[in-house]
Write a protein that binds this ligand. Structure first.
Ligand code: GTR
Length: 428
C-alpha cells in the first residue's frame, strides 16, 4: 500500500471560499491523490484470533461483522415478525401480447391492514415450471417500469411528484413506462427469467423526518417517533421490504424460490446488498452503481464520503453512522465485509465509468477484498487486484464485475451481464 501523504489529506478538504456558508469539501477525483488506507481485517476476530475455516467464520467473525453493520451503519432491523397478508389484485395470463403472466399482489403488513406494498410480477409464458426471478425495488412506481396499460398506477405520494408524468405529488397515466429504459422487461422474459418489483416509497418514504409514515411505525414502542441511534434507517427499511417481497415469492408456484436474484440501483443497490447480507434466501445479490454506503470501500476517499452522504440523506443510515463523518478510519467495518457477509452466495457488482461519485474502482475493490471469505468455502473469487477495462466483464461462478460506458444508471448492458452471470450460477 502507498504511504499516507498528509499534504494530500489537507488539500483534499480545501474548498473555494463560499460566502457565509459552511464550507463543503470538494470530492476527490484524482486517483493519484487517494491517501493510503488500511482495511479492517476480514479474517481476524475482534479478540485477534485468526479465522481459518467456515465454522469459525460463520459462528464468530461473520456474526461480529453483521453486528457492526447493524449497530453502526444501517441500524438494527427489528427481529419481530409481522403478519403478512397477500391480496391478489390482478392476474393477466396474456400480458405483453401473450408473452407473460402479470400478477399484482398487495402485501399487507400486520393485522390492521394499514400498511402495504404492491408487488408487480411478470413470469414468462414460453417456459413452464418455476422460473428464476430478479427482484428489485423501483424509484418511481411500478407503472413506470413498462408502458403496459395493465399495471396499476401507484397512488402513493412521491418525492418525484413535480416531474413530468406526476401532478401535485401523485403519479398520472402519463407516468407509464417513464423508466422503461431501466427495466428491459421483454429481454428478461425472453431469457426465461421472471421479474418482480415494488415501489420503494411503499415501504418507507425517501425523506428525512418521515419515519412516522413508513414501516418503522409497525415496530415503534409506544410514543416513539424516530429510530434510536442504533436502530434502522431508510435503507434498513427498504432491505426489510425486499425480504417481505421474498416471503411472497417463496410461496408463489411460478417462482423457483432457490433462484431469486435481488438487485438494486444506487441507493436501492445499497438496500439490495444489505438485504442479501441479512437474508440467505437470496441466491444472488447484485449491486448496480451502489457506491458509498453500498459496494464502495469507504476508506478510499474517492467521490462521495460518509459526511457527504449523511449530510444529504440523514435518514438513510442509523444515527450512530454520523459518528464516522470524516472519521472513516474509525468505522469498525468497511464494505468488502458487507460483500463477505453474503458469501458463499454469488455477488455481482457493476459500475459506470462516468459515475465517479460512486467510485467505480472502490466498488470493484470491495468485491476483490471479500475474496478470502469465498476462498474459505472453496470457491473461486476474482483474483485480479486491478479492475477490468471498460465493458470487459469478468466472472467466476461466485463473483462478477463490469464497468459500463456512460453515466450513473441501470441499462440493458447491465441487465444482460446479470443474466449471463445468473445463467452461469444456475447452470442454465
Ligand atoms: C446520490 C447519492 C448516492 C446514490 C444516489 C442514488 O445522490 O449521493 O449515494 O445513492 O444518490 O441513489 O441515486
Amino acid at each position: 500500500m502507498k504511504t499516507l501523504n498528509l499534504l494530500v489529506v489537507c488539500t483534499m478538504f480545501s474548498t473555494a471560499p463560499l460566502f457565509g456558508q459552511r464550507q463543503k469539501p470538494e470530492p476527490l477525483y484524482d486517483e493519484a491523490q487517494v491517501p493510503a488506507y488500511t482495511l479492517p481485517a476480514l479474517l481476524i476476530t475482534e479478540k485477534g484470533k485468526a479465522v481459518k475455516d467456515v465454522t469459525q467464520w460463520e459462528n464468530k467473525r461473520r456474526a461480529e461483522i453483521l453486528k457492526s453493520f447493524s449497530e453502526q451503519v444501517y441500524g438494527k432491523t427489528p427481529g419481530k415478525k409481522v403478519l403478512l397478508n397477500f391480496e391478489q389484485q390482478s392476474v393477466d395470463e396474456q400480458a405483453l401480447g401473450g408473452k407473460a403472466t402479470r400478477k399484482q399482489v398487495r402485501i399487507f403488513f400486520g393485522k390492521e391492514k394499514s400498511r402495504h406494498m404492491d408487488l408487480l410480477l411478470y413470469l414468462p409464458n414460453h417456459v413452464t415450471g418455476p422460473v428464476p426471478v430478479f427482484l428489485g425495488l423501483n424509484f418511481t412506481g411500478n407503472q413506470t417500469i413498462h408502458a403496459d396499460p395493465g399495471i396499476l398506477i401507484s397512488t402513493r405520494q412521491t418525492r418525484y411528484g413535480n416531474d413530468p408524468g406526476y401532478r401535485d405529488g401523485y403519479a398520472t397515466e402519463a407516468s407509464r413506462g417513464l423508466r422503461a429504459r431501466r427495466w428491459p422487461v421483454e429481454e428478461i422474459l425472453s431469457r426465461g427469467y421472471g421479474l418482480a418489483t415494488v415501489y420503494y416509497g411503499d415501504i418507507q418514504p425517501d425523506q428525512p423526518g418521515t419515519f412516522n409514515q413508513g414501516v418503522h411505525q409497525l415496530f415503534f414502542k409506544r410514543g416513539q417517533e424516530a429510530p434510536a441511534e442504533d436502530e434502522w434507517g431508510a435503507i434498513g427499511a427498504w432491505a426489510w421490504g425486499l425480504s417481505r417481497a421474498m416471503d411472497y415469492l417463496v410461496q408463489e408456484p411460478g417462482v423457483n424460490p432457490r433462484q431469486v436474484c435481488v438487485l438494486g440501483h444506487s441507493r436501492l443497490g445499497k438496500a439490495a446488498l444489505w438485504a442479501g447480507a441479512q437474508d440467505s434466501r437470496f441466491a444472488v445479490v447484485i449491486s448496480n452503481n451502489s457506491g458509498e454506503g453500498g459496494a464502495a470501500i469507504t476508506r478510499r476517499k474517492f467521490g462521495e464520503t460518509i459526511q457527504a452522504i449523511n449530510d444529504r440523506f440523514p435518514h438513510w443510515f442509523c444515527g450512530n453512522y454520523k459518528q464516522y463523518n470524516n472519521r472513516e478510519d474509525q468505522l469498525p467495518v468497511d464494505y468488502h465485509q458487507l460483500i463477505a457477509l453474503i458469501a458463499p452466495r454469488p455477488v455481482y457488482v457493476a459500475s459506470a465509468v462516468e459515475d465517479r461519485w460512486a467510485d467505480p474502482k472502490g466498488e470493484y475493490l470491495s468485491l476483490y477484498h471479500a475474496g478470502p471469505v469465498f476462498r474459505l468455502y472453496g470457491l473461486r473469487p476474482l483474483e485480479d487486484p486491478e479492475p477490468p477495462g471498460l465493458e470487459r466483464p469478468v466472472y467466476t461462478e461466485v463473483n462478477g464485475y463490469h464497468l459500463r460506458n456512460g453515466k450513473h444508471d441501470i441499462l440493458l448492458y447491465d441487465w444482460s451481464n446479470y443474466m449471463d452471470f445468473a445463467d452461469r450460477v444456475f447452470g442454465r
